[in-house]
Design a protein around this ligand. Structure first.
Ligand code: CS2
Length: 488
């Protein structure tokens, strides 16, 4: 491939009106790229980002500081076509997680001061589903979670995203500064409402008048984000080196990006519609479409493919039977549960997803997607499946998917190799497999009875349970190929 030119970062002015919580690969390759485009086009540098990592990536934060907060994004359409850009909109990087010595909150005070600054207008979030600390089924705050309990006990030294937002909003209220707008960019339906719930419920534990003020004055628009950004591998760094990008903070992503945002920003926002951000009155149809079709398909591939030793999305969709499964799932099973956004044709969208999954320049690992299934499955599979069951319709693809998930959570692949099941409920999975692993009926029943994951209408649906059990038996006794052949 000839060496493509690197698009240089735009001008910097140093006004940081945006604070981001969740500095990771996705943020660097998605929201930051949109803002970079905005800055380059408009010349307006007043919307810089202070981005904070709340968990474990101290090396990333320090790496960005060393690099004057500039890094590269390589956007691949396929292995032949890449756009390389330098991004400079993140002008401050902070770390508030736990360091190697177990100490929390190195830059916490700097982050809280930044959030309480009247210049800060907007807070964007990519803290993943579990970072909201809400019960996925009921939407109630997980007040007994040790991290949330720690924030309730010591509100001035918060560790969680909701805790940090509450502490900062309390400072603003005392100083007579209006709340910043909170824009969730996580893969959940009504993600703005989730952010509001988490923050208001946590504030209620501390100060009812603060909670009422946030509820009344705060804006929490929802947004749908899309862009495939796999975790970086050594091979990615080597590939970038060959393109003359030697940057430890670089990110490889697909070229495709979408961001649909509910337009509710009392303190203003970048005028970024010309840069591809779609401003709408209601994000819900976009979010349901993307979660059920894209993320729902991803999870099917992950739970069915990873235990078979299939490593990546690309490898998975190179198989005819898995590609057929996705087509059937999207076009027959998910389609009737969706009201598509105006102007978007479901079949065209589904076909474009299959093409994106077949991008041979990304190594998107199935185990990465399989992470946190307990938090992801309700919105990806189960809400749509409940709607189908209400109409008496079968859902064979999702029944097989659930069978795959249950099998995946055992932590052992078809060849007997162990892998880590990364999920907040992993301890419960171990327990269920230890107790019921030898009796498929009991095991499937126990998983479907997890009422913080599976909606009650599905949990009590005997026909559906039977379909999951039959799929589980087929999968574990006859293997994936046979289970898929039975379906299609
Ligand atoms: C994936 C998403 O890891 C996962 O669960 O399904 O990260 C997916 O790649 C993005 O949502 C695409 O926009």
């Amino acid at each position: 491939m000839p060496h493509p030119v690197v698009l240089p970062a735009g001008p910097r002015a140093g006004t940081l009106r945006i604070v981001h919580l969740g500095l990771g690969a996705f943020h660097r390759a998605h929201q930051a790229v949109y803002l970079e485009r905005y800055r380059q086009r408009s010349g307006d540098a007043s919307w810089g980002i202070c981005s904070a990592n709340l968990r474990s990536s101290i090396a990333l934060v320090d790496g960005l500081r060393e690099a004057d907060h500039r890094y590269h994004v390589a956007q691949f359409t396929d292995s032949e076509t890449v756009t390389l850009r330098e991004v400079g909109v993140i002008e401050e990087a902070l770390f508030t997680g736990r360091d190697a010595e177990g100490r929390w909150g190195r830059d916490l005070e700097a982050l809280l001061a930044r959030l309480a600054d009247p210049e800060t207008r907007l807070v964007t979030l990519t803290v993943t589903e579990k970072g909201y600390f809400l019960n996925p089924a009921s939407g109630m705050l997980l007040a007994d979670d040790p991290m949330i309990a720690a924030d309730i006990a010591d509100p001035a030294r918060p560790r969680t995203a909701p805790g940090i937002l509450v502490a900062a909003l309390a400072r603003r209220r005392v100083r007579g500064i209006a709340p910043f707008t909170v824009l969730s960019c996580d893969n959940m339906p009504d993600n703005g409402r989730c952010a509001r719930h988490a923050v208001v419920q946590l504030a209620e534990r501390q100060d009812a008048t603060l909670a009422a003020w946030i509820e009344r004055e705060g804006a929490f628009p929802s947004s749908m984000v899309d862009g495939i950004v796999p975790a970086m591998t050594e091979a990615d760094f080597t590939r970038l080196s060959a393109l003359r990008i030697d940057d430890p903070n670089a990110v490889v992503a697909e070229a495709y990006l979408q961001w649909v945002v509910e337009d509710d920003f009392p303190l203003g926002r970048p005028d970024w519609a010309a840069d591809g951000v779609e401003m709408v009155a209601d994000v819900a149809p976009f979010e349901a479409m993307k979660l059920r079709l894209l993320n729902g398909s991803h999870s099917l591939l992950a739970y069915l493919g990873a235990p078979e030793g299939i490593e990546t999305v690309y490898e998975a969709v190179s198989r005819d039977d898995l590609r057929r499964l996705l087509r059937r799932y999207m076009l027959e099973e998910a389609a009737p549960t969706l009201v598509m956004p105006e102007g978007t044709d479901l079949k065209t969208y589904a076909v474009s997803l299959l093409a994106r999954f077949a991008n041979d320049s990304l190594r998107h690992r199935l185990h990465q997607i399989a992470m946190d299934g307990s938090q992801k499955l309700p919105q990806r599979w189960l809400i749509g499946t409940s709607a189908r069951r209400e109409k008496g319709w079968e859902s064979p693809c999702i029944a097989l998917g659930l069978a795959g998930w249950i099998r995946y959570t055992a932590g052992r692949d078809a060849r007997g190799n162990a892998y880590v099941v990364d999920d907040p409920l992993a301890g419960r999975f171990v327990d269920l497999h230890a107790r019921h692993g030898q009796v498929p009926e009991a095991l499937v029943g126990a998983f479907l009875a997890m009422d913080d994951v599976v909606p009650s209408a599905l949990a009590t649906d005997a026909d559906f349970a039977e379909a999951v059990l039959a799929a589980y038996r087929r999968l574990t006794e006859q293997g994936l190929e046979a289970a898929l052949a039975y379906l299609t």
